[in-house]
Design a binder for this molecule. Structure first.
Ligand code: FES
Length: 348
């Protein structure tokens, strides 16, 4: 391989022309060209077809162009990349295709063709030299700048300067006084409500206590004494009905005649029909009940109306002091013959 790489351009051209002359046999006749990695077996077909018109018309053949390009590539690679002396097969094939198209155009002479070759080689060399190799590994790749984490929105907000709070305007004196009055009114109103509540509670408690105490003291009917004095007998003239004791004691004191005997007796002011209080009618000389119209004589005997029986008498006597004393604890009924009892009357 070292011998193949050291072949000059002239030798390569000669080998190519020899191959053109032999057609398809050219790669086999030149073992160096056949073994070379630069000219693989599939590619010689188009090269041979292009080389035939070049030999006839003076145009450079495809093989020439390829050979020249490979030679220049080798030289350029030696200049640019001395370490990688061995050309890669793929890189050798690709650049050869473009010049083939260019070389297919008619034109140049041998010198011009060499100029073109030189230009092409120089252009390729310059392009390869100027080409910036890309990163071949992750380690060789330039490190990306690490993006700084953005500060959180809260931090930004917290870092924001807080504007100073505006000063509260001074309260005018009148407004201040009104405010104090309002507060005083509220305090008084609140106190009043509390006082009213406690007062109502106290009143309720007091009334409850009174009711409880009243429960322990039952009703007592305050009645007048059953025995009372009505005065001296001279104070009751004959045929007189005294009504001044009706309201207080419920008693008529009568000085009248009963069965031919003048007596002073005390009549009970209760109608024997249903208990109403009759009235003494001086003009008619009778007791008249307002409820149902019962009528009683002066001696108490019923004579009209629904009353079934005469009025009742209370016990009466002359007390130690000479006054007439009525005892309401004892009653006497005429229908029972009790009026004949001397305790039911006082003889005048
Ligand atoms: Fe006196 Fe009926 S109550 S008549």
């Amino acid at each position: 391989m070292a011998d193949k790489k050291k072949m000059s351009v002239a030798e390569i051209l000669a080998a190519a022309r020899a191959a053109d002359g032999k057609g398809e046999q050219a790669p086999a006749a030149s073992p160096s060209a056949a073994d070379s990695e630069v000219a693989p077996p599939p590619t010689p077909k188009p090269a041979a077809k292009a080389a035939a018109p070049a030999a006839a018309g003076g145009r450079p053949s495809v093989a020439d162009i390829l050979a020249a390009a490979r030679a220049n590539k080798g030289a350029a690679a030696a200049e640019v990349e001395p370490k990688s002396a061995a050309p890669k097969p793929a890189a050798a094939v690709k650049p050869a295709a473009a010049p083939a198209k260019v070389a297919a155009k008619p034109g140049p002479s041998e010198a011009g063709r060499k100029g073109v070759e030189r230009d092409t080689a120089s252009i390729l060399a310059a392009a390869r030299a100027a080409a910036k190799p890309g990163p071949v590994s992750k380690a060789e790749a330039p490190s990306r700048p690490v993006a700084k984490p953005k500060p959180a929105a809260e931090k930004v907000v917290a870092a924001r300067p807080v504007p100073p709070r505006p000063a509260r305007p001074a309260q005018p004196a009148k407004a201040k006084a009104d405010d104090e009055d309002r507060r005083g009114f509220l305090q008084i109103a609140t106190g009043s409500f509390l006082a009213m509540g406690f007062t109502a509670l106290s009143i309720t408690g007091g009334l409850f206590s009174l009711g409880l105490a009243r429960f322990f003291f039952p009703n007592v009917l305050a009645e007048p004494p059953s025995r009372f004095k009505v005065g001296f007998r001279e104070g009751f003239p004959s045929g007189k009905v005294e009504t001044k004791f009706v309201a207080q004691y419920g008693v008529w004191v009568v000085n009248g005649d009963f069965q031919g005997e003048q007596q002073i007796y005390a009549l009970k002011t209760v109608c024997t029909h249903l208990g109403c209080t009759p009235s003494w009618l001086e003009a008619e000389q009778k007791f008249k009940c307002p409820c149902h119209g019962s009528g009683f004589y002066k001696d108490g005997v019923n004579f009209e109306g629904p009353a079934p029986r005469p009025l009742e008498r209370y016990a009466i006597r002359i007390a130690d002091d000479g006054q007439l004393e009525v005892d309401k604890s004892r009653t006497f009924q005429e229908e029972l013959g009790q009026w004949a009892d001397p305790a039911s009357y006082v003889t005048v």
